[in-house]
Design a protein around this ligand. Structure first.
Ligand SMILES: [Zn+2]
Length: 496
């Protein structure tokens, strides 16, 4: 058996002597000694058998309800989470405020109907961050835009003028992999081309709305009235349009408030060491409104609270500080986590890992590691423990790289992880009215929470840590997982 010199000690000595300690060394790995192993077993057991995530999620989803960023419900969830963290005994519990350009909440129920070729009620709601319809509503002929790109809009300009423009999944698939920013660029042009409204036919089966939001990753109000139409109604309109003109009308009222203060919630378990290093355990607290956000992201937010609660309940003292963060504004484009990362950029070098949950509560498989082999190796170090949870795998899929709150930390070179779960059932309810507490399986939820807690705690307590990536290494990483275009696009939109 080989003995490994504790290089972090050596680094300290060399640094004191004025020498530069290289970023890359044998310390760039996770180390689980006997004490840490024992603590991880206790933590995993606590979370599986006495974890509180299910109870927290019930409160968020059923008692508080939908948590649109900046809404009264959202701030109620903020106050509740702060109170819970304080009761657990966490330190430095506080809200960190930032300003969202606009908040959005529907007032009352939308009305909608097809007028021609025959009269029929339509299943339509306001899309998130849409302005209200003008007095009397919107009425006009429907034009189906089959290519939702800047080029597609320009090519169809004559038909867009004075029309209600319908965009559906097929219009988006015309340019597969088109970054969100490019889609927003295209939709932004519709108002200038004289469209009366935009109707997104991205709803789900049974004519249920599936919210997407039409902001530009910044939480601004859309520049055009935008509705969300049910799937079956969308398909009907498309079939009828193939035969002749279709006319519809609809009306809804939204409450828009400008420049609203929103809070991220931050709480800490201080590290027993004093070198300022920390891990982040995070997830977003906000949700969409048609359901109650039980799994997007009630379960993820509850995981953050439950991990903190279990560590406190066991009296564990990690070497590094564990910082628990609940973000707002994720659904409007990672706004809360971007603001947090920007505000704490000077401190980013001390963050040894961030661990985010945001894919519902199906049984976990392991972790998204975004192309970082050292992260996959770190999960392998934990495999003997995670095997018991059937969740020791990693994936390099770049499908969700900028889909949740790890993105702003990943681009700073921080080792970043997102819990990898099954999403088969989750995608059926994602952003829909059916995202409610009755779908949550407590055992599957606890499995995921245990994976998050054990992995984050291991990073907080391991004598060694992974390195930070340089800007070039981050770009190489993103290129390897086919997420570089999306990153560049977000940079071009002023987000990073
Ligand atoms: Zn989410």
């Amino acid at each position: 058996m080989k003995k490994r010199l504790p290089l972090w000690l050596l680094c300290g000595v060399m640094a004191a002597g004025g020498a530069v300690c290289g970023a890359q060394s044998a310390q760039d790995q996770l180390t689980v000694d006997a004490k840490l192993n024992q603590e991880l077993v206790r933590l995993g057991g606590q979370l599986m058998l006495a974890g509180k995530a299910y109870e927290y999620d019930e409160h968020l989803a059923d008692d508080i309800g939908p948590r649109l960023t900046g809404s009264a419900n959202y701030e109620k969830a903020v106050a509740w989470a702060e109170d819970e963290f304080k009761q657990m005994g966490l330190k430095n519990v506080h809200g960190e405020s930032w300003t969202i350009p606009a908040t959005w909440e529907p007032e009352g129920v939308a009305t909608a109907r097809m007028i021609a070729p025959h009269e029929q009620a339509l299943h339509l709601v306001s899309e998130g961050w849409s302005p209200s319809t003008p007095p009397g509503g919107v009425r006009g002929g429907v034009f189906y835009l089959d290519d939702a790109s800047v080029e597609g809009v320009k090519a169809a300009a004559a038909k867009i003028k004075d029309s209600i423009v319908l965009v559906d999944g097929d219009s988006l698939r015309k340019h597969p992999g088109q970054p969100f920013g490019k889609l927003f660029d295209a939709l932004d042009l519709l108002e200038g081309e004289g469209a009366r409204a935009l109707v997104l036919g991205l709803g789900a089966v049974n004519n249920a709305p599936s919210m997407v939001g039409v902001t530009d990753f910044k939480g601004t109000e859309a520049n055009i009235v935008t509705a969300n139409l049910g799937m079956e109604d969308t398909l009907l309109l498309k079939r009828l349009l193939a035969k002749g003109p279709v006319e519809i009308e609809f009306s809804f009222k939204n409450r828009i408030r400008k420049d609203v203060t929103v809070h991220n919630v931050v709480a800490e378990i201080p590290g027993s060491g004093d070198n300022g290093e920390y891990v982040i355990v995070g997830g977003h607290l906000d949700s969409w409104n048609p359901g109650t956000g039980a799994q997007d992201n009630g379960t993820g937010a509850s995981s953050v609270l439950a991990v903190a609660q279990a560590i406190e309940a066991l009296g564990l003292k990690p070497r590094r500080t564990m910082r628990f963060i609940l973000f707002g504004g994720e659904e409007e484009g990672l706004v809360g986590s971007l603001r947090y990362a920007h505000a704490h950029a000077a401190d980013a070098g001390k963050c040894v890992g961030d661990f985010v949950s945001d894919s519902g509560a199906e049984a976990p498989k392991g972790w998204y590691v975004f192309g970082r082999k050292d992260e996959a190796d770190a999960v392998t170090v934990l495999k003997p423990l995670l095997t018991g949870l059937d969740a020791w795998n990693t994936t390099d899929s770049g499908q969700f790289t900028f889909s949740t709150d790890e993105g702003p930390f990943l681009v700073e070179g921080i080792p970043s992880f997102v819990l990898w779960t099954g999403v088969e059932k989750y995608m059926q309810l994602h952003h829909k009215p059916s995202d409610t507490f009755d779908k949550v399986d407590p055992r599957d939820l606890n499995l995921g929470v245990a994976v998050v807690g054990m992995t984050a705690y291991a990073f907080a307590d391991s004598p060694t840590t992974l390195k930070h990536y340089s800007a070039t290494e981050v770009e190489d990483e993103l290129k390897g997982i086919k997420s570089l275009d999306e990153y560049k696009d977000m940079q071009a939109h002023g987000l990073f």
